[in-house]
Write a protein that binds this ligand. Structure first.
Ligand code: SF4
Length: 284
């Protein structure tokens, strides 16, 4: 029978677990409507579960007066918070403290006269929240992005860099190597979250020893997608799923060692249910 191993670091991180706990507590205490600003986490199953507890998903911070509005772990810009407060909304700020730290650094760099670059995924909520804390901040995701800024004259002489917490060190290295060719002064803050890098390292370690890797997490989750890419480098039979029902028995044909990892938005019960389902489909 195949052995099934779960990566040493896998699943929900501190910030997401904290936000989920805060929203559940707020839902139990709320005496009026309650909503999260955007889906709480990139995990459709958890979002559906919250909806059953009466937590809706808002797209605008200006909710009716008296609404409890939860800011998710990704955080938001200062203007968004102000809009909610001015509308008379009760704000529960579940921004991950590590993301808050990135906001502070970006703000300080901006005040110090640096052109702030955020290494990350354009349009991602965390990145949008960070750029909103630093006037004129730009998002870069590749050496080409840096070249384009340099050629358009937008780079400036003093450049400060922060990183989306779920990015890889390789991405930061690519961007900073290019920046060194264009800047006179460069301040780099490696704000990649340890939770992310530990999950990435543990996923790579396990993928090297596995015939099949199962990566669990929302398809809209950037960090889960990164995990699947890392695993696929070492284990070609890597499958990214959201839940146990997607498993196919043919994936495991002839496999002796099956590895499992999960993104930072995946709760422990989802990991366990996938583990149980693999045991069932691989049972002799
Ligand atoms: S990955 Fe890190 S920074 Fe992002 S929510 Fe989790 S603990 Fe916070």
């Amino acid at each position: 029978m195949a052995t099934i191993s779960i990566a040493q670091e896998a699943g929900m991180c501190f910030g997401v677990a904290r936000a989920l706990k805060m929203v559940r507590k707020a839902a139990a205490a709320a005496d009026g409507p309650i909503a999260t600003l955007g889906p709480l986490i990139h995990n459709p199953q958890v979002v559906d579960d919250l909806a059953r507890q009466g937590v809706s998903v808002a797209t605008d911070p200006r909710q009716p007066q008296g609404t409890t509005l939860v800011i998710r772990a990704h955080g938001v810009g200062p203007d968004t918070l102000k809009e909610a407060q001015e509308a008379g909304v009760k704000v529960v700020d579940a921004t991950c403290p590590y993301v808050t730290k990135v906001h502070h650094i970006a703000g300080q760099l901006s005040h110090g006269g640096y052109t702030v670059l955020v290494v990350g995924e354009r349009g991602h909520a965390e990145v949008e929240g960070t750029i909103a804390h630093a006037s004129g901040a730009q998002v870069v995701n590749s050496a080409q992005d840096v070249q384009a800024l340099a050629h358009s004259g937008e780079l400036g002489r003093k450049v400060g860099v922060v990183v989306q917490t779920t990015q890889t060190v390789e991405k930061l290295t690519e961007v900073t190597a290019e920046l060194l060719r264009h800047c006179i002064e460069l301040r780099i803050y490696n704000t990649i979250c340890e939770a992310t890098s530990k999950r990435q390292q543990a996923a790579a370690d396990l993928a090297k020893k596995s015939d099949v890797m199962i990566v669990i997490g929302g398809r809209n989750s950037a960090n889960t997608t990164h995990l699947a890419e890392i695993c696929a480098n070492f284990c070609p039979k890597t499958y990214h799923i959201e839940q146990a029902g997607e498993l196919q028995s043919t994936w495991f044909a002839g496999a002796d060692r099956i590895g499992i990892t999960a993104g930072a938005s995946t709760p422990p019960e989802q990991i366990q249910s996938v583990c149980d389902a693999i045991e069932t489909v691989t049972a002799p």
